[in-house]
Ligand binder design. Structure first.
Ligand code: SAH
Length: 324
């Protein structure tokens, strides 16, 4: 027997009472109640039951999890409301081989957490904890209706720990617009410049607030993220130099309305010696701006590719294909 999905607001209200919980929009607890949307998510995810290891972030009361379990080889359900995580365990433990991990009570260091859960033989692995504070388990997919308040840090985490064939998410509409913002638009930010180098973002479907209970104040989008092929600047490959690029963006994007030269100046002025040494060739750029075509361009006018080229210049002092 599978856990039955709770498709009506009345059912969810009854569940809240039974479990002694109160769904809180501020914690991103807006639960899907629309079967059509769940089917659409599965259509876009195209899971392979014989092969796919799926992470669900914010599993809630399991409405989507039920279907993910039936359509994959293994699922990791991450949920940071302890009562809800325990409920999931009690609901699934009779029907599946099921493990429960409480991140607060781990008897191993957080660094060994990934290998511990990855060796679990269970089909359903429930993890109580904040997804932003734990290493993601080994999996080739993520499918989730995510808590919207952690959208941006979660995308950065996915890029940093990327190991996925595909990621399918429900996100707030405005957030989908931020992910796909083009250069020099008001929405262009560190987020878009990061995503722009590494990921292809496909907007799949619009979702109304009344597909959730309680209904969020915003509309939503189903999106698919896939890994972009790497680009090369000389011998430097984008994915292999992810950390260098993301650090560089963290440095200059707080000053996105300033010229890149001034942004570099401000960043390096306030950074430590290790960072200054690592990106040492930026001094050349700051001191000889006339040698660089776009030293007066605003940060927000630079494409991810140009930013990556510039980042590599900071490290090597060389441009692979001529002047920037
Ligand atoms: N997947 C379910 C629930 C989505 S609501 C459904 O579609 O109905 C998002 C869920 O994420 C909530 O249950 C909330 O408790 C959980 N959550 C919020 N912040 C989280 C975090 N930092 N880490 C893990 N889970 C989180």
């Amino acid at each position: 027997m599978f856990l039955l999905p709770y498709f009506t607001p009345q059912d969810l209200k009854a569940m809240q009472q039974e479990l002694g919980i109160k769904l809180d929009k501020n914690r991103g607890q807006c639960y899907l109640i629309d079967k059509n949307i769940i089917h659409l998510i599965l259509q876009y995810a195209k899971l392979n039951p014989n092969r796919d290891y799926v992470i669900e972030i914010g599993a809630g009361l399991g409405i989507l999890s039920d279907f993910l379990i039936q359509n994959s080889k293994k699922v990791f359900l991450i949920e940071n409301d302890r009562k809800i995580a325990k409920f999931l365990y009690s609901a699934y433990r009779n029907d599946y081989s099921c493990d429960y991990y409480d991140v607060d009570q781990l008897n191993c260091k957080i660094e060994t957490f990934r290998s511990q859960i990855s060796t679990s033989e269970a089909k359903v692995i429930i993890i109580f904890g904040d997804v932003l504070k734990i290493p993601l388990p080994n999996a080739n997919r993520v499918v989730a209706n995510i808590p919207y308040q952690i959208s941006a840090p979660l995308i950065f985490k996915l890029i940093e720990e990327w190991q996925f064939d595909q990621v399918n998410l429900m996100v707030q509409t405005e957030f989908a617009d931020r992910l796909t913002a083009s250069v020099n638009s008001s929405n262009y930010s560190r987020l878009a410049a990061s995503v722009g180098l590494f990921l292809d973002v496909h907007i799949n479907h619009h979702v109304n607030p009344n597909s959730f209970y309680p209904p969020p104040r915003v509309s939503s989008k189903l999106i698919t993220l896939k890994r972009k092929s790497p680009i090369y600047v000389g011998d430097f490959q984008s994915w292999d130099n992810k950390e260098l690029y993301l650090t560089f963006l963290r440095g200059v994007f707080p000053h996105k309305n300033k010229s890149i030269r001034n942004a570099l100046k401000l960043w390096l002025k306030h950074s430590d010696e290790i960072c200054k040494t690592k990106y040492q060739y930026f001094n050349k750029f700051i001191e000889n701006p006339s040698h660089f075509v776009f030293s007066n361009e605003k940060v927000r006018n630079l494409t991810p590719k140009t930013l990556f080229k510039l980042c590599i210049f900071g490290i090597t002092g060389e441009f692979a294909d001529g002047e920037i």
